[in-house]
Design a protein around this ligand. Structure first.
Ligand code: SAH
Ligand code: SF4
Ligand code: F3S
Length: 392
């Protein structure tokens, strides 16, 4: 029995996909990179921007051919868009066997057991009858071409272990759909996290990526004295089999002295931090409900650079948020100049249903958004080029 995983979105989704593969691997099923070889497809979707959701939706449509070729096959739709769609996606695509929202990762093993029982009568099914079906599927494969995006490796880097330390998000950044589709924050107990890291780093992974939506707000109050993210960084660094520790995504509000010190004093913590700014205008940041100003953000950058002079800093920027005028946008460009980021991801604002900013008029015309996006990307390229010249 083979399964094929398609995962979109952020590292959190990649980590979830790895977790969801466990009940399949535990039954002796093996992973395949080839869609047409698979008995089960698990698609882990993203909905952070309209385009991401649209991509998942249209690729489900494209799986109809795979499913029609052998009705024995099982299609599972999981992740953040699945949370938003709920069962309505099965009305649109009745060939879906299971919808498993991002909020239900812990219930996934039961859900998958149920579907295997219902669809395959798994306990009674013999391997031989499946092998027969496989021959039919191979013939099908010859007559069908494989879209390139179905072949990428599902679990990120081979050397990095992704470790989720918290789920959900308690913030309410006005543009963001994540709290809605991932639910309230849940922190994993520190001993459990450390055990997972020990296991993964003795099984071949060397580096560790700690994952959470506001990863540095991590705390564990249930084990002796209260522990926070700085404690976790130290504990992870103390594990001998760990070579490097990274984390995604910290929130500027929690980039406090203790965390910066923990980074500074552990040689294993990567000299890189991805610290999403979103905008350089305090007025826009306020409307985004980011809970910091431009000045607060710059103080965090200053503290990081003072403590760790060679640190690389990257960021996320949103352009075209409702009401972002030319002066606000200039502030974003000036933030890029002030910080001299080593890299960034820039996005055009996309209104998401049910978020606070969705009720604001999406008033920045799309050509202005595009123009601002290009300006951000061009400035970043220029900054990186100047850096490169200075270094040589
Ligand atoms: N939890 C992370 C971000 C998760 S979403 C954090 O708080 O930093 C990843 C990135 O997508 C965000 O940093 C933001 O830049 C972008 N993003 C989120 N919602 C968006 C929207 N509605 N339109 C455009 N970009 C968005
Ligand atoms: Fe979204 Fe803000 Fe939470 Fe990040 S902190 S996931 S941007 S609501
Ligand atoms: Fe997308 Fe969900 Fe990550 S919406 S960006 S996969 S948290």
């Amino acid at each position: 029995m083979k399964y094929h995983i398609i995962t979109y979105g952020c590292q959190m989704n990649t980590a979830d996909a790895e977790e969801m593969a466990q009940p399949l691997a535990g039954r002796g099923f093996v992973s395949t990179e080839h869609l047409w070889d698979a008995d089960i497809v698990l698609m882990n979707t993203c909905t952070v921007r309209d385009q991401a959701e649209h991509r998942a939706d249209s690729n489900i449509g494209r799986l109809r051919k795979w499913k029609d070729a052998d009705p024995h096959r099982i299609l599972i739709i999981a992740g953040c868009a699945a949370s938003r769609w709920g069962d309505s996606i099965r009305q649109k695509y009745p060939f879906i066997d299971l919808v498993s929202p991002a909020t239900q990762i812990e219930q996934f093993p039961e859900a998958v057991a149920q579907v295997l029982k219902e669809r395959w009568n798994w306990e009674a099914e013999t391997r031989a009858s499946f092998e027969e079906g496989k021959e039919r599927r191979r013939e099908e494969e010859i007559s069908s071409s494989l879209p390139p995006y179905f072949t990428s490796s599902p679990f990120g880097s081979e050397t990095t272990a992704y470790v989720t330390i918290m789920r959900g998000c308690n913030y309410s950044c006005s543009y963001c759909i994540v709290p809605q589709v991932r639910g309230r924050e849940v922190y994993r107990p520190m001993p459990q996290i450390l055990e997972e890291i020990r296991q993964k780093t003795t099984r071949g992974h060397k580096d560790v990526m700690l994952l959470g939506q506001t990863v540095n707000s991590y705390h564990d109050r249930d084990h002796g004295h209260p522990l926070d993210f700085a404690d976790l960084l130290q504990e992870v660094s103390a594990i001998e089999s760990v070579e490097e520790v990274r984390f995604m995504s910290p929130h500027p509000r929690y980039m406090k002295e203790r965390v910066i010190d923990a980074m500074k004093y552990s040689a294993k913590v990567a000299r890189h931090v991805h610290l999403p700014a979103q905008s350089g205008s305090s007025r826009v940041l306020d409307r985004m409900q980011r809970l910091y100003t431009r000045e607060d953000y710059l103080v965090v950058i200053k503290n990081l650079r003072e403590a760790i002079p060679n640190i690389l800093i990257t960021t996320d920027i949103i352009v075209g948020f409702p009401g972002e005028n030319d002066a606000d946008f200039e502030q974003t460009l000036s933030l890029l100049n002030a910080v001299q980021f080593n890299g960034l991801f820039a996005f055009k604002y996309s209104p998401r249903p049910g978020t606070a900013s969705a009720s604001l008029e999406n008033d920045i015309p799309s050509d202005v958004k595009e123009d601002r996006l290009q300006k951000v990307l061009a400035l970043n390229t220029a900054i990186k080029k100047a850096e490169h010249m200075a270094a040589h």
